[in-house]
Design a protein around this ligand. Structure first.
Ligand code: ADP
Ligand code: GN1
Ligand code: MG
Length: 363
């Protein structure tokens, strides 16, 4: 395997000679490797197999990422920022000048410059992390808010469209393809009772109450690279950057980051919203974005946290009922454990809802 992967790297315009390729990171969608070069003065690289089932149109996905990274790079240059290669992803082309390489088995590969001395955390370990995460995603939002040209390609149609997510979920429940519905009726009931409430954002967009923007849409804290002092370097994992609503980004950052437990915590007593971390994310995000958001958008931020948690519960449970075709799993009931943890987190947010709104209003 390693020899074959090394051969893949030969199709890219790299400096130095790659001597080691090893698995890297903990994402649920793509497969990531670090490719290390022999020479001390040659950079290392990050190599990924793009999940072609999740992202069917790799050329358009690649074009989106190139447009976004080129725009951010230009702005950082104009601002005179040092160390730009650590502040934005650098895409590496193939020898044919393409942004990806398709191998003989049909796998799509891509490469970035490896950002050295950076780290990312699957879980926050202190309060400052929340402020840092909020600022990082807010800064990203500010950088891409004036991306010129045609809208980005919708790489996953309806990605955070709760209306279609719920419709698909209902179809899945009806089909019950692997006979798992009987185990999960209390969870499906809980989610379907709330379906009406969670169609609100898509409706507000359709009515023109909130604008569509370029948004990241996968704002897990491990998608922020931090330096050795835990200051944010750059936002990564740009596959889902496409048109959407701003509450998706802060909402998913809180869903993922302001949880006292893990995303897949089997012990639901561990899972609650941490209101201090919540406040950190909101403060950091608004510090960066308050001048560009409309009053109506600001009003959707707290709701975004509930919305993305609701949606993620639907997505994990949908995948469980479907027989686990989407997310990588580590045990047969992993998606169910994940869905239950998201439902517990949502219940905790429902209990803290007044305070969640108050914190946004006070900024
Ligand atoms: P996934 O979609 O599977 O989450 P990511 O693009 O987030 O994949 O990459 C997985 C992990 O690899 C990240 O969490 C981060 O730790 C690391 N990583 C990604 N890009 C870089 C980079 N350019 N330099 C250094 N580390 C990176
Ligand atoms: C996936 O790729 P990764 O692991 O950062 C998923 C997100 C989910 C997340 C849940 C393209 O993110 O939407 O919120 O898992 N990405 C895609 O952990 O579906
Ligand atoms: Mg990631």
């Amino acid at each position: 395997m390693t020899r074959e992967i090394k051969q893949v790297t030969e199709h890219f315009k790299t400096e130095g000679s790659i001597e080691l390729v090893k698995p890297f990171g903990s994402g649920l969608i793509n497969t990531t490797y670090k490719a290390e070069t022999k020479e001390a003065d040659a950079p290392n690289y990050l190599l990924q197999i793009i999940n072609h089932h999740v992202f069917p149109n790799v050329p358009e996905l690649t074009r989106n990422i190139k447009r976004v990274t080129a725009h951010i790079r230009k702005k950082l240059e104009q601002e005179g920022v040092n160390d730009i290669d650590r502040r934005v992803l650098t895409t590496i082309d193939t020898l044919d000048g393409e942004g990806y390489y398709k191998d003989h088995e049909g796998f799509y590969w891509r490469m970035f410059l490896f950002i050295e001395d950076a780290r990312s955390y699957d879980q926050l370990t202190n309060k400052k992390h929340a402020l840092t995460g909020g600022r990082a995603f807010g800064h990203f939002q500010r950088m891409v808010s004036d991306l010129p040209g045609e809208p980005l390609y919708p790489v996953i149609e309806g990605f955070h469209n709760t209306e279609t997510r719920i419709d698909n979920f209902i179809q899945r429940i009806k089909a019950d393809p692997v006979n798992r519905l009987k185990e999960v009726t209390s969870e499906t009931d809980y989610l379907l009772e709330r379906a009406g409430e969670y169609k609100k954002i898509v409706q507000m967009g359709r009515d023109g109450v909130i604008p569509e923007r370029v948004v990241h849409q996968d704002t897990k804290f491990n998608n922020v690279l931090l330096d050795e002092n835990d200051n944010a370097l750059c936002v990564i994992d740009l596959d889902t950057v496409m048109p959407g609503y701003v509450c998706y980004d802060i909402g998913d950052a809180i869903r993922n980051g302001a949880n006292t437990g893990k995303e897949d915590d089997p012990n639901l007593d561990n899972v609650n919203i941490d209101m201090e971390l919540y406040e950190g994310f909101i403060k950091g995000f608004l510090e960066e974005t308050k001048d560009i958001l409309t009053p109506s958008e600001k009003e959707t931020l707290a709701f975004g946290a509930k919305l993305l948690t609701y949606e993620q519960a639907v997505r994990f449970l949908d995948d469980y009922i479907d027989g686990d075709n989407y997310y990588k799993i580590n045990s047969p009931d992993h998606n169910l454990v994940r869905a239950r943890a998201q439902i517990k987190l949502l219940k905790s947010m429902e209990q803290n809802w007044e305070l969640m709104q108050k914190i946004v209003a006070e900024q």
